[in-house]
Design a protein around this ligand. Sequence first.
Ligand code: PGA
Length: 261
Amino acid sequence: MMRPIVVGNWKMNRTHSETESLIMEILSRRRERGEEDAAVDTVIAPPFTSLPLAARLLAGTGIALGAQNCHWEEEGAFTGEISAKMLAEGGCTWVILGHSERREYAAESDQQISRKAQAALFWGLTPILCVGEKRDERESGRAESVVEAQIERCLEDLQPDADRRIVIAYEPVWAIGSGEQPTPEEIHSMHRLIRAEAAGMLGETAGESLPILYGGSVTPFTAPPILAMEDVDGVLVGGASLEADTFLSIVSEAARAAGRT
Ligand code: PGA
């Protein structure tokens, strides 16, 4: 396993003051636990309004800051949008792109997600590109072809290099917030497929070193068998990232899984 990545996606949760309490709790629990989560790339992605505060609180702690979206343009007449340049200057180093909730509620297309990823890479952010099939697509046996097509369109114009890496998150839409999950074996096989597809597009070396995260109802209980699978390089966590203890337990599981390999 490469250095594991655990990302907490807070979605539209936590005000400014609630962000302060949650981050302070995460930091103090982390100190109490005295654990070796330096072995894990840990990222917190709060709402936009909390980013400046979170950037101050997380500075120097080893926990990185991520955003949940960005625009592909640098600036301009795009009411309500935030650019990758703004995020980078505001202390973010990661950005989640193409989450299924954005695909569904904001009608984001793979092409837009690809442009956003290009902007993120340009401004030195690590994009986490989310892909995943819906329930009916899995039930009708189309999960693989849907994910393959998403990967193809999202990676088409991307050129990661040694200093500019991208991350893929496989998040089956039906597993998000539902308590349901594919089996670890099904996750493993989808991750292998994603790696093969990415290697075909970006080259063998880039494909081999591409971190692929799993997301969808990850908890401290479901994380261990998933993180134990080859080709699973970390997890993207929604609900369970909103409690300091559950989030930190998942980080510890990732550290443990990395220590075993
Ligand atoms: P969940 O969300 O962990 O609450 O299922 C994951 C996600 O949407 O990234």
